[in-house]
Design a protein around this ligand. Structure first.
Ligand SMILES: Nc1ncnc2c1ncn2[C@@H]1O[C@H](COP(=O)(O)OP(=O)(O)O)[C@@H](O)[C@H]1O
Ligand SMILES: [Mg+2]
Length: 510
């Protein structure tokens, strides 16, 4: 079984370099069992496993060691490991992290680490969460286990198909392309989740066929949503439905093929991401959604508010998982909406201390900077005062765009788009007159005015016309009238630091 070549290579190097303690973060025990068994074999090491229920036992390799009595106790287990370490071994400690609470265990692990440096034994701590006592920070090397690769999932599918063929319980109607699409649909799942998804797809209609691609995709959606942070978002918006923002749209259009093989051969790096900063209701979220459709990539929405809320388990673990999922379905667009929301909770909510928030945010920044998987990040933000300056530093995003209130010309676009969306021919309306009657309106406020006008027309039992819309516009107090000052400040700030999403911004005034 091959599993994320980079990860395996790293682990291999650590073992060869005689690192005494390695911490593997994964909730895929079964998959890791197989990987570690292979690894022990290829390094000619005896494989031991410890769990609190069964104590320390030999699983494979080496000369047979008599049963190790009385090693359920973690401290006793560590003593036993030291005694055994004369023989080159790989010792896997499962769910050992709760015992980091005990100073005695932590001390014993430190001593063991020093001792093991001169042996050919490596202790691997395997746990779904990462908790390291400070005393051990220097002794432990942490490796994140990536989700299964395409190759691993393809092997799983092959094994399942083999079993079905032998048992004759179901039929298989899969072309090679279908099989590949099916494997791709499962990417982002753990091995056992994928196994369940395939099994469910087979049971539904007694066969494995092209129809199951959709089933597996749906199953993945469900599983990923349950994690609480990430959501597959339907990429239904089109870039044509975004009015104005010509500069931003051109930038995006130029990169439509940037994730393809041809772009790589041409020597282009994959785009990393953009930050859309600006006035509320002017199309930032809309654009984020449209990018995925334009580029034909899956769209994943990351709920920052919930990362920091501390409501769903360990925040750091959740972020790690979200990142791993995003990377495993790459190329993909990862949409982080209203980035500042999560940060605003830093001190205020009292659910998480500021230290945790900062650590998680730091982890996110590091990932933004160092990520190698083609995950295009689209972050949006309505305020700058809450954003940490590190975020705006070069290297995190390809570009920071400022999205301002639409100009008169852009408002015309927006009116036309939303009238057409609701089945009305824009040509029947005096669009320039509507645009001049909506000075200072955001795209969202224009949309709301059209909806309100539609209600009025519907109540009057007549077709929508100009006067309904003009009436609705008159009754609206756009946010820019009450927030003029804030918007002005945002604009000032953005002037030298960002790129204008609209090349016509100069025409705007509030
Ligand atoms: N430039 C625009 N073109 C077309 N529709 C817009 C535009 N800006 C806003 N809207 C409408 O208003 C809605 C809310 O806008 P949104 O993108 O969520 O604003 P933001 O994220 O900037 O606060 C959109 O879904 C869309 O219907
Ligand atoms: Mg938004």
């Amino acid at each position: 079984m091959s599993s994320g070549p980079a990860f395996l290579r790293d682990l291999d190097v650590l073992i060869r370099a005689r690192y005494p303690l390695v911490y593997l973060v994964s909730w895929e025990e079964q998959r890791l069992d197989a990987i570690l068994a292979d690894l022990a074999k290829s390094h000619g090491r005896t494989l031991f496993e410890w769990s609190v229920t069964r104590g320390l036992r030999q699983l494979s390799g080496g000369r047979s060691v008599p049963p190790l009595e009385d090693t359920q106790d973690p401290h006793k287990a560590l003593e036993a490991v030291q005694k055994l370490s004369g023989d080159p071994s790989l010792v896997v400690l499962k769910d050992f992290h709760p015992y980091f609470e005990s100073p005695k265990v932590v001390r014993a692990l430190r001593d063991l680490a020093h001792y093991l440096k001169s042996t050919f034994t490596t202790v691997i701590i395997l746990s779904p969460t990462l908790t390291i006592p400070v005393e051990l920070e220097k002794e432990l090397t942490v490796l994140d286990v990536p989700l299964p690769t395409f190759g691993e999932l393809a092997q799983l599918l092959k094994d399942i198909v083999g079993v079905i063929r032998r048992n004759n319980k179901a039929t298989i109607e899969l072309s090679r392309t279908d099989a590949e699409a099916l494997v791709k649909a499962a990417m982002g799942l753990t091995l056992s989740e994928a196994e369940n998804a395939f099994a469910k797809a087979i049971v539904t209609d007694g066969k494995l066929s092209a129809e199951d691609i959709q089933r597996v995709q749906d199953e993945k959606r469900q599983i990923i949503r349950k994690s609480g942070l990430l959501e597959f978002y339907p990429a239904e918006e089109r870039l044509e439905n975004v009015g104005g923002l010509d500069g931003l749209k051109t930038w995006l259009s130029r990169r439509t093929a940037a994730f393809g093989e041809e772009a790589r051969r041409f020597g282009l790096p994959e785009p990393r991401g953009i930050l859309l900063l600006g006035v509320q209701g002017c199309g930032k979220s809309l654009t984020a959604k449209a990018i995925a459709a334009q580029w034909r990539l899956p769209l994943l929405r990351l709920d920052v508010g919930r990362i920091f809320s501390g409501l769903i388990g360990s925040s750091e673990e959740n972020l790690r998982r979200a990142i791993r999922v995003a990377e495993s379905v790459a190329p993909a667009v990862l949409w982080i909406d209203e980035l500042e929301k999560g940060l605003a909770g830093a001190g205020g909510t009292g659910l998480q201390d500021a230290g945790v928030t900062q650590r998680i945010f730091g982890a996110m920044l590091t990932w933004l900077q160092e990520k190698t998987a083609p995950v295009f990040v689209v972050a949006t933000a309505n305020r700058i005062d809450l954003l940490p300056p590190e975020l705006l530093r070069k290297g995190r995003f390809d570009e920071i765009f400022f999205v301002d209130l639409p100009t008169a010309h852009e408002r015309e676009d927006i009116f036309a788009i939303h009238l057409a969306r609701r089945g009305r021919d824009p040509k029947r309306f005096d669009i320039p007159a509507l645009a001049s009657a909506s000075e200072g309106f955001s795209g969202s406020e224009i949309e709301q005015a059209i909806i309100s006008a539609l209600h009025d027309a519907f109540a009057e039992k007549v077709e929508l016309d100009q006067r309904h819309i003009l009436g609705a516009l008159r009754e609206t107090f756009p946010l820019s009238t009450t927030m003029g000052h804030e918007i002005q400040r945002l604009r000032e700030w953005a002037k030298d630091r960002t790129r204008m999403a609209s090349t016509r911004t100069a025409e705007v005034q509030t």
